[in-house]
Design a protein around this ligand. Structure first.
Ligand code: SF4
Length: 456
């Protein structure tokens, strides 16, 4: 009983988080920066922050994640980190030769009040940025928001720096994929290609964090959105921002800078959210949906119908990021399952409004005090059949003897998320397979000898 101190009595809290259902902003900024080709993330703060962010991403992706740090000392903590950052910029371009350095702040540099716009402008003015190289930045104070906010802030910084606007609109569509796995980004690109639509995806971590083994270390793998593509995002005829929390900031900035119209949509997780995504892609791309995608949808529907009997009425506790939780809960409802508890550490009023309108019976909470402790207390009062969330849910799963499906960030103790998508119709089939396996394994385990079945 690792969580034996969790009590069933829920006491209202407004100033204490216990086992948060989120992590800190710079991790998101680092992940977004890794989706840009030949970009080195830079953490403006102490070495400890950078180590933690790198190691969490490395453990999740099982790939070495590179990032530099301003390595704050006591002096920089008192007098500000400008000198450290200027030296770092010079050294990084000289030693590691990236095309872009993507700087994000940390709690410490934010508390001091370091202004990244002012410091990066000084770096340009002092000639510390070689010709053809780029500096981008995002303020990512971790005492507010979450890793999703940090991801959104860096995406905003990318668009802000690179997007160029010309009088001629291109034929391509911009897709801001939100915080999804490299496998999901690859699947979104596959769907667009299948529909014959040219897209620019920003950022794109496929072929960066799921790069094949070649026997040769590549500091900057072949994947990632290129500088040439980033400049062209301003000429797109339309933009789709997938995930309100992760992608709205970038799409809004692009619209303000270059007048690219955009729609904010749910991540295409599950049947209905994928339907909306494909339909919108069809409209803005002015194409028809090919039969291969219609067939994928039909296979998903077939599976949902065949397996409905095992899922009906099963209760689920979900924990993670709002952009994932909303379409996930919708998919569970489509499977006639019950999203009983939903918790997200990422703040934002819209989340509760959308959860309430989608599923009034669901007990949901988001923000700083919506943590794993609270979810565990709810489960202690009324248990559920299934948990869905990141690796940290395994403590609740073990203590309460409930199966856990790993989904979200971080997943530190399993593989698969890098390689097999959860988005699109095929992703929904994989998700459904995971749910079914968890429910049926439990049914097998709990069956009496008389009711133990070979054929389901
Ligand atoms: S100090 Fe702030 S930025 Fe650094 S690891 Fe902790 S929460 Fe994240």
């Amino acid at each position: 009983m690792l969580l034996r101190h969790t009590t069933s009595e829920v006491v209202e809290r407004n100033a204490l988080t216990i086992n948060p259902a989120k992590t800190c902003q710079p991790i998101g900024a680092m992940y977004a920066a890794l989706g840009i080709h030949s970009c080195l993330p830079h953490s403006h703060g102490s070495q400890g922050c950078c180590s933690y962010h790198r190691s969490t991403l490395t453990r999740h992706y099982k790939e070495p994640v590179m990032a530099a740090t301003s390595s704050f000392t006591e002096g920089s903590s008192v007098f500000g980190g400008q000198a450290n950052l200027l030296t770092a910029i010079e050294n990084i371009f000289a030693v590691y030769e990236p095309d872009i350095i993507a700087i994000h702040s940390t709690c410490l540099s934010e508390t001091i009040g370091d202004d990244l716009k002012q410091i990066t402008t000084k770096a340009w003015e002092d000639g510390k940025v070689p010709a053809g190289k780029h500096l981008i930045y995002a303020h990512t104070p971790s005492f507010t928001g979450s890793h999703v906010t940090g991801f959104a802030n860096m995406c905003h910084g990318i668009v802000d720096h690179f997007a160029e606007c010309s009088a001629v609109r291109g034929k391509h569509i911009d897709i801001f994929p939100g915080w999804v796995e490299p496998s999901d980004m690859r699947e979104i690109k596959r769907l667009a290609a299948e529909m014959g639509i040219s897209i620019i995806m920003t950022p794109d971590t496929s072929d960066v964090l799921d790069a094949p083994m070649t026997g040769k270390h590549q500091m900057y793998p072949k994947g990632g959105t290129t500088i040439a593509e980033l400049k062209k995002v301003g000429d797109a005829k339309h933009a789709l921002a997938l995930g309100d929390w992760a992608s709205t900031a970038a799409a809004t900035r692009l619209d303000a800078k270059c007048g690219v119209p955009f729609q904010v949509m749910d991540l295409p997780i599950g049947l209905r959210a994928t339907d909306r995504f494909i339909d919108q892609l069809r409209r803005v791309g002015d194409v028809s949906v090919p039969s291969s995608i219609v067939d994928d949808r039909g296979r998903l529907l077939d599976l949902m119908t065949d397996m409905y009997q095992y899922l009906h009425g099963k209760t689920v506790a979900l924990r993670g990021d709002p952009d994932h939780l909303l379409p996930l809960a919708e998919f569970l409802l489509d499977l006639n399952m019950v999203p009983k508890y939903v918790v997200s550490g990422t703040p934002g009023k819209k989340f509760m409004e959308r959860m309430e309108s989608m599923s009034p019976a669901t007990k949901a909470q988001n923000g700083p005090c919506a943590d794993m402790f609270l979810m565990h207390q709810w489960i202690k009062n009324e248990p559920v059949d299934l948990l869905i969330g990141n690796t940290y849910g395994k403590y609740i799963a073990r203590d309460e003897d409930i199966p856990l499906i790993r989904c979200g960030f971080p997943i530190l103790d399993r593989v698969g998320h890098q390689y097999f998508p959860l988005v699109g119709y095929r992703g929904a089939m994989r998700l459904l397979e995971k749910i079914l396996n968890a429910i049926l394994d439990r049914k097998d385990r709990d069956s009496t000898e008389e009711s133990f079945k070979l054929v389901m």
